[in-house]
Ligand binder design. Structure first.
Ligand code: HEM
Length: 185
């Protein structure tokens, strides 16, 4: 298996995937919250972009998971307490879960919708409905509620994740953040 030894930094591919997916998710959350407001202009276009970028996150997350399974990340510092190491692994696991579950919930929501609104990814590729789902308002509402809960969980995790990264950088000064930065080697 390629790259099974621990190295000091994440691989370049892992770094590019991390920051691309991170930016997409932050954009999805910000515009996801804004697009549901009545006063927001161009809502239809923003909904379409939201769905397009959400499916992009799903595709990139598949690539990322495959890459992650084939390339071990650098080890956490030995000085890091056990509970922090466990918390870090747990947070990353939940992140991976949400990176798959959130787009699938969004996709399921629009698939279950009985409104005749097609999703066309980036205005080019029509998104088919997920198979096996009935088109019902009640089912759509259920996926919508779960999508909202997932969004809140995502926001909470991002705050925790950024807080932990800043603690490593400015309090522990152990170089953990630098391993994921494209600059500042
Ligand atoms: C990582 C991927 C995604 C994230 C982080 C995300 C995030 C969000 C957020 C924060 C909202 C606003 C929720 C609220 O009203 O509180 C939202 C709404 C929505 N999302 Fe996503 N989303 C993702 C993927 C998708 C995908 C792939 C689709 C469809 C293909 C989708 C369809 C929708 C729709 C239709 C709404 C509006 C629901 C409503 O009318 O209230 N999302 N999303």
């Amino acid at each position: 298996m390629a790259g099974t030894t621990h190295s000091a930094r994440y691989t370049r591919v892992a770094i590019v995937l991390h920051w691309t997916i991170a930016l997409l998710i932050i954009g999805l959350i910000v515009f996801g919250l804004l697009m549901t407001k009545e006063w927001m202009p161009n809502r239809f276009a923003i909904y379409q972009l939201h769905k397009s970028f959400g499916i992009t996150v799903l595709a990139l997350s598949i690539v990322r998971l495959i890459w992650r399974l084939r390339h071990k990340p650098p080890a956490l510092p030995d000085a890091m307490p056990g509970w922090q190491q466990r918390a870090s692994h747990l947070t990353h696991g939940v992140f991976y879960g949400l990176m798959f579950v959130m787009p699938l919930l969004g996709w399921a929501m629009v698939s279950a919708s009985d409104l005749p609104i097609p999703t066309v990814l980036f205005g080019v590729v029509p998104l088919p409905d997920l198979p096996g789902l009935a088109q019902s308002e009640a089912l759509e509402a259920r996926f919508k509620a779960l999508h909202e809960i997932g969004a809140k969980l995502f926001i909470g995790l991002i705050v925790l994740h950024v807080g932990a990264a800043l603690k490593h950088q400015f309090i522990d000064r152990d170089g953990v953040l630098r391993r994921m930065l494209p600059i500042l080697r």
